[in-house]
Design a protein around this ligand. Structure first.
Ligand code: SF4
Length: 419
């Protein structure tokens, strides 16, 4: 099982952000915030309730996400991890990640304190190394903070550091994006996530773009940024293992791999989603509503039952986002059907347009296919819904396996399936 802990606090709201997060302000000491104290109390209560129900389950990864989890003092993180260890069977080599914003780490002992309390992977939200871009995004940190935080984490002894970047920013050119990647590669993180900017309705940036203050790069440039960016990272030894994720060998984020493989996960904190034993539910988004619910001893509720058909659709969507792709055998095991027969016409059209490759029982998107992955996946969805009818065989989850280089399909060798 995976555990996700949502920390719903930030220094200030970034201009592009539509997440559920409370802005504490630039100068407020997090521990002096009553909202933060209440949050921690409720989180521990929520954990205690789950402790009664799921005690002893094996946990492979723990992820503190947000929000800005690095606003949680290491002592509190240590207490939470301690409770988790008492309730669950945390694997010896469990991956325990914490998302951190650069400004919260600079000039502090926080990295070594997080390391000491059990965090073994840091995910730094750099987003950009360009001061002007950071201002447009409304980030609280400066470019120099990013460098300092990464160095501080390294000096503290972190050997697994990921960085988050964004591309397709207002006014950004292809050359600028590729230069950003070069600058980041020089910092030698183990993992790089590169997400295209999405303009979310109701955000400051969306309004500014609507008013003509900023212009996003044209579609053609976005496609080049994606394809050339991925090619550059691969040339530097960062293997693409998912549409937006690259890592040095052996440093894929196991937590995310677990999601993509359909493992059970327990989400704690406001707005966190859980999926356990083929049931899914989401906590109330607002802290007050979440607190009230937990105070009444209620967790879960309004569960969605995941039918075998829903799990098949999710498996298609999630696995096609990975470079390994969709296992045709797994589809057959889950449905009793042959994917290539069920989707014959579409597979043929995608193949003719070099958007997919099929090899040794795996179907994967090519780099061009990844550019239009949403359209491909939604078309496959519709076709799958048409051809599959319940009842389907009961489901079992596969264990998380680390992707290895030799598992990556060879894009040059295309073996077209026999009709
Ligand atoms: S730090 Fe992250 S969660 Fe917080 S406002 Fe910025 S983008 Fe949103």
């Amino acid at each position: 099982m995976l555990i996700y802990i949502h920390v719903p606090f930030c220094r200030q709201r970034c201009h592009y952000c539509a997440f559920q997060a409370q802005a504490l302000g630039r100068d407020v000491e997090p521990v002096s915030s009553q909202a933060m104290r209440d949050y921690v109390d409720t989180l521990l209560m929520e954990l205690a309730i789950w402790g009664d129900r799921l005690a002893g389950r094996r946990v492979e990864t723990i992820f503190f996400g947000g929000g800005t989890p690095s606003l949680l003092p290491p002592k509190i993180v240590g207490i939470i991890l301690d409770r988790l260890h008492k309730i669950f069977t945390i694997e010896d080599n469990a991956e325990i990640s914490l998302e951190a914003n650069p400004e919260s780490l600079k000039g502090t002992l926080l990295p070594s304190q997080y390391l000491a309390c059990g965090i073994n992977r840091l995910s730094l939200g750099l987003q950009s190394l360009d001061g002007d871009m950071l201002r447009v995004l409304g980030r609280v940190h400066k470019a120099q903070d990013s460098l300092n935080s990464l160095l501080a984490a390294r000096e503290a002894g972190f050997v697994n550091i990921g960085v988050d970047l964004m591309w397709g920013l207002p006014g950004q050119s292809v050359r600028h994006w590729l230069q950003s990647l070069k600058d980041v590669v020089r910092l030698a993180p183990e993992h790089i996530s590169a997400y295209g900017l999405t303009l979310e309705e109701g955000t400051v940036l969306e309004r500014q773009c609507r008013q003509g203050l900023f212009t996003l790069p044209p579609e053609r440039d976005l496609n080049i940024m994606f394809v050339e960016g991925a090619a550059y990272l691969e040339s530097q030894g960062y293997l693409q293992y998912e549409i937006s994720n690259f890592s040095r060998m052996g440093y894929q984020c196991r937590h995310n791999l677990g999601y993509w493989q359909g493992l059970d996960y327990l989400g704690l904190g406001p707005s966190a989603t859980s999926t356990i034993d083929n049931k899914r539910w989401t906590n109330p988004a607002h802290q007050k509503a979440w607190t009230e619910k937990i105070a009444k001893g209620q967790v879960a509720g309004h569960e969605e039952v995941l039918t075998p058909l829903i799990r098949v659709l999710e498996m298609i969507m999630l696995s096609l986002r990975t470079v390994r792709g969709l296992s045709l055998k797994r589809y057959k095991d889950m449905t009793g059907h042959d994917f290539l027969v069920d989707h014959r016409r579409m597979v043929q059209a995608l193949h003719e347009n070099a958007l997919i490759r099929i090899r040794q029982g795996w179907l994967r998107l090519t780099p061009s296919g990844m550019v239009v992955s949403n359209a491909i996946i939604s078309n496959l969805f519709e076709q799958t819904k048409k051809v599959l009818t319940e009842p389907l065989p009961p489901l079992t989850a596969e264990p998380v396996q680390s992707l290895r280089v030799e598992d990556a399909p060879d894009v040059r060798a295309v073996v077209w399936p026999k009709a």
